[in-house]
Write a protein that binds this ligand. Sequence first.
Ligand code: GDP
Length: 311
Amino acid sequence: MRRTGRVLAISGGVGGAKLALGLARVLPPEALDIVVNTGDDFRHLGLAISPDLDSVLYALAGLADGERGWGRAGETWQFMAALRALGGEDWFALGDLDLATHVERTRRLAAGETLTQATAALAQALGVQVRLLPMSDDPVATVVDTDEGRLAFQHYFVRRRCEPRLTGLHFEGAQHARPAPELLALGQDASLRAVVLCPSNPWLSVDPLLALPGVRAALAACPAPVVAVSPLVAGKAVKGPTAKLMAELGLQVSHRSIAQHYAGLVDVLLVDADEPGLAMPGGPRIVVVPTLMNTLDDRERLAQAVLEAAS
Ligand code: GDP
């Protein structure tokens, strides 16, 4: 059954999860769907790892580690220590609690479930009531061209700590992957209240989703307001390689570059501060509000601002 007044949020990992949590706290669970990037997903040590889905899952379940900024609170690292002692691959940290998520996801996928089904089962088990959806059930792999050659995403992001200079990005498999039906429905879904692009990295976390066949066109045709939040605060990325990547791609590190990146897709852009030349003819309406989310209150306030901007 189609639910009217629904909000569909599009998220990457940690940055997106902050606003996703804010939205989940100000909307009834049946009024929110969150579609998450899976371009960062990979197989590691035989396990199916979905870093962005897990970041959103842990945030919504109240299990995220606020201090470290990723993974689960109260995490322990005995598995990693034991693996290291065996000479195993230890560049990607898997906490003992987190490991259970990957083992259970891998088991479900091996038993024939789709990633959508496995994600729904994990969310339900952790008491998450909003719908959490992978962008696709088909594999998509972000790969980056760098001055050290072509690297699989996690090798660039985690193993090499984003140090190589980036020259290009590819989303392998995206052109043949089937998007989540909720994404394709955006083009004609009159029941939607808003689409929200969370303040995720536009190039690494949102572009893989926009690269799926039909998604860009569906979003551009969306009858509901599309509201994005800029991931830049005080002219910088709050965390992660967004600003470094923008500079390496020859872009100004500015809200204007974010607005241009989402040109034709976004109706409103929320930014923390105005910039000269930010409001462009034919560009998104600009709303200036505090967008830094340190506390739970910040997340709720920004979620309310997003919904107001959409109305
Ligand atoms: P990842 O997949 O875990 O790297 O996370 P995302 O792609 O979802 O988010 C990364 C982006 O979130 C970075 O560009 C950060 O600048 C942005 N970000 C993190 N926290 C905040 C915040 O409190 N406010 C805003 N506006 N952006 C944030």
